[in-house]
Design a binder for this molecule. Structure first.
Ligand SMILES: Cc1cc2nc3c(=O)[nH]c(=O)nc-3n(C[C@H](O)[C@H](O)[C@H](O)COP(=O)(O)OP(=O)(O)OC[C@H]3O[C@@H](n4cnc5c(N)ncnc54)[C@H](O)[C@@H]3O)c2cc1C
Length: 484
């Protein structure tokens, strides 16, 4: 099959999976007001791979490295900086053309690439073969896979083995000749209810007494014992919003409950090898932070554009303090872009798998998460209080008050009032709405908290080298002492 149509993708979701949202069981998620948007957002990527222009299809569709058959770009295991750069380009293109984030394969393959790299490092041929076979299954059937890493975790101050009950972290409860049984819950899993397969990786390092928690595997979303409990979302455009002529794009996250779920051995990539749990979690995090910095660039470009446009509509583009703020905005975006490019250009090789540069990928994620709120503040500052109090589209459409709005809400004479109103509404969505608050929290936590990035930056940075350079400078070590 190789490349599916949107209809084939949608049909594959009508498989009896157990999905709840706002307390209600949903039989067909493709038709649900909120979950349907997630399906359509992911579906938009399937559509572009089928019907996009030649350049887009060349980017989204790659050749199977052995057979030459068409496969989705995300199912190319990265071997070179170019493979990593192509992943980034595919994410940028998908976001710009669909107007959203069609995360259908990215996080799942971040997990699978990590599982594959770590199976090689463990020297476990069976796990390696399982990971390779699973990849072939994804390639052949063009499946959507989510990545389930984050456990619900209970008391954050306690390790998995010392919690009130054993299920705050996903773990193996039984094994037999055919496979393993797992119990626990993963949370915040992006686009999970609309996935074909769930790819599971441990959320943290496990110790010897936590070997049952060192488990990685993949299973179909409709497997017995799996329940999705989804976040509610904004739903389609309302008649109160000025908006572009394209559908809302949104992904829904879910808590996935694993209630004694059976996983056959040929779908297991780690089971009990606690010594390697840190490595798989760490390698996943590196791949995933690279995905994150790739999708953030098109996002923050649009937000920066709102600031530029609002400065112009308000007649302030040439004012010095506004230009200073625009410089800070541009520096935020371009630093992120430069770091994302550098992370792809300088990978670390795990055997023949190219892992994005861990130091640079973590620096990039820390940059966007730690400075995002300041970036939002600058846009809010330039836009003005109208971002909080703007009349809505229904006011604009009401002939009794329309002329007042037209007359009084204009800005620079170079632009129409309607254009300014449209940009105000676009900017509000990013910096003064329920969605904006969602993104502020997401920027901090998704792809790991800032403390997690700092831990990895410390681990990857040449602290010893810095120290030796200082000692040479201070005359404690002689000039010419080797430092590398
Ligand atoms: C929109 C969204 C989408 C996401 N998508 C996915 C996904 O697809 N797949 C997936 O697996 N995950 C996903 N995540 C989860 C994300 O990776 C986590 O939110 C993140 O790792 C933080 O974990 P947490 O939410 O449990 O926060 P917590 O762990 O509760 O963290 C809160 C704070 O406590 C600190 N903290 C926690 N534990 C400790 C400790 N032991 N010692 C010291 N400090 C500690 C953290 O550093 C942080 O500052 C998503 C999250 C969001 C918001």
């Amino acid at each position: 099959m190789g490349i599916r149509t949107v209809e084939e993708y949608k049909q594959s979701l009508r498989d009896g999976r157990k999905v709840y949202i706002s307390g209600e069981r949903v039989e067909d998620i493709t038709k649900h007001r909120v979950l349907g948007l997630t399906v359509d957002t992911i579906g938009a990527a399937y559509e572009l791979a089928q019907k996009g222009d030649q350049k887009t299809r060349d980017l989204l569709i790659a050749k199977h490295p052995e057979t030459g058959e068409p496969i989705n770009r995300f199912y190319v295991t990265p071997r070179t900086p170019e493979d990593l750069a192509n992943r980034t380009k595919a994410i940028h293109t998908l976001m710009r053309l669909t107007g959203g984030l069609p995360f259908g394969k990215d996080i799942g393959t971040d997990c699978l690439n990590a599982a594959m790299a770590v199976a090689k490092q463990m020297g476990n041929k069976q796990y390696e073969a399982n990971a390779k076979n699973f990849l072939e299954h994804l390639r052949k059937n063009d499946l959507h896979t989510c990545g389930a890493i984050t456990c619900v975790k209970g008391d954050r101050g306690k390790e998995p083995a010392h919690q009130k009950h054993p299920d705050y972290y996903l773990h193996v409860v039984d094994k037999n000749k055919e496979g393993i049984f797992v119990k626990g819950a993963k949370i915040h899993i992006t686009s999970a209810p609309a996935a074909n397969e769930i790819m599971v990786v441990p959320t943290r390092q496990m110790r010897e007494n936590e070997a049952d928690y060192a488990v990685s595997f993949a299973i179909p979303a409709n497997t017995k014992g799996i329940t999705f409990i989804c976040r509610n979302g904004r739903g389609p455009w309302s008649d109160k919003e000025f908006h572009a002529d394209r559908p809302v794009r949104e992904l829904t996250e879910a808590m996935i409950v694993f209630d004694n779920v059976f996983v056959p051995w040929d779908r297991v990539f780690m089971c009990g090898e606690w010594q390697h749990s840190m490595n798989i979690a760490y390698t996943f995090a590196t791949f995933h932070r690279f995905t994150a910095i790739s999708y953030k660039v098109p996002n923050v470009e649009v937000m920066a554009g709102c600031a530029v446009a609002m400065a112009k509509y308000n007649g302030l583009f040439k004012v010095s303090h506004i230009r200073e703020k625009l410089a800070d905005i541009a520096a935020y975006v371009e630093t992120l872009r430069a770091l994302a490019d550098a992370a792809a250009a300088k990978p670390v090789m795990f055997g023949d798998i190219a892992v994005p540069n861990p130091l640079i990928a973590n620096m990039a994620k820390l940059h966007f998460a730690s400075k995002y709120h300041e970036f939002v503040k600058l846009i809010q500052d330039i836009g003005g209080g109208i971002l909080a109090t703007s009349p809505d589209k229904k006011d604009w459409d009401n002939p009794e008050i329309h002329d007042y709005l037209e007359h009084y809400l204009g800005g620079s004479a170079d632009y129409s009032t309607e254009e300014r109103m449209r940009m105000i509404h676009e900017t509000m969505r990013h910096v003064a709405s329920h969605e904006a608050a969602f993104h502020e929290v997401t920027t901090v936590h998704a792809e790991g908290s800032m403390a997690a990035q700092k831990m990895m930056i410390l681990h990857e940075s040449p602290l010893k080298k810095y120290e030796m350079r200082a000692k040479i400078a201070a005359g404690i070590l002689p000039i010419g002492t080797p430092v590398d």
